[in-house]
Write a new protein. Structure first.
Length: 251
């Protein structure tokens, strides 16, 4: 991969525009890595999503709880692991939150523990591995499907997708009832200009509130800062850097 990389979605339906934001600077060659603001130990402000307009049916629903998604016992186990690993004073390790939010806190905590030394065995996969990069895309779609748009937004990094504040991002899914992603073979990460990049192929199915099924195929580019001195735990975490999805014909 060269030091110059940019990928952007073409003109798609409104749903695809939200799924495939154009991300990342066009020229990374020789540019210093930006300083990212570490995520606070307590709940991120980005989790407190603004109230959507009443005219957006899917966006007005509350996020689906982890207990409702996988059952109370399984959700309790996941929340307990989250509480065990998280250094936060008030971590979002509650079964009333989405599974994606709990998993994101586990991943964040493991990144901090990895930076401090050897993380516990429960921190799997390794936060710097390709498996962890693929998990970002899986978590992104799990959050979207649970209508937890704040957690989905954060998978793009602390500032969300380029040029998409949280409310604009949320409104892009106003009429989306559900989403499902199938992940292809991600291959190996490649390095450029102090960062690592992994291409994650995807096929996406989205059901609108009208019942219409939309299908897309493409890829996400997931990025993290390489293992350099002075990098923060947030910089060393994988996040979505850019995306390119194209619509598939109806079945």
């Amino acid at each position: 991969m060269t030091g110059r990389y940019r990928i952007c979605a073409g003109p798609l339906a409104s749903l695809a525009l939200a799924l495939a934001a154009c991300g990342g600077p066009a020229d990374r060659q020789g540019a210093p890595e930006p300083t990212e603001t570490p995520r606070p130990a307590t709940d991120s402000v980005a989790r407190a999503a603004p109230s959507p307009s009443p005219s957006t049916p899917a966006a007005t629903g509350e996020p689906r709880s982890c207990a409702a998604e996988i059952g109370r016992q399984a959700a309790d186990r996941r929340a307990q692991l989250c509480r065990t690993l998280s250094p936060a004073t008030h971590p979002p390790c509650n079964v009333a939150n989405s599974c994606a939010m709990i998993d994101d806190e586990i991943a964040r905590s493991c990144a901090l523990l990895r930076q401090a030394g050897s993380p516990p065995a429960d921190c799997w996969p390794d936060p710097r591995s390709s498996e962890a990069a693929v998990d970002v895309v899986k978590r992104y779609y799990a959050a979207l499907d649970a209508r937890d748009y704040a957690t989905a937004w954060l998978q793009w990094g602390q500032d969300g997708p380029p040029n998409q504040p949280l409310e604009k991002f949320r409104q892009g899914f106003a009429h989306t009832r559900s989403t499902h992603v199938t992940i292809g073979s991600a291959g190996e990460a490649e390095g450029a200009a102090g960062s690592l990049y992994l291409t994650v192929p995807v096929t996406v199915e989205a059901t609108l509130d009208s019942g219409e099924l939309q299908r897309f195929r493409g890829q996400y580019i997931v990025r993290r800062v390489n293992d350099v001195d002075g990098a923060t735990a947030d910089q060393l975490r994988w996040h979505i850097d850019s995306a390119h999805l194209q619509p598939l014909p109806p079945r």
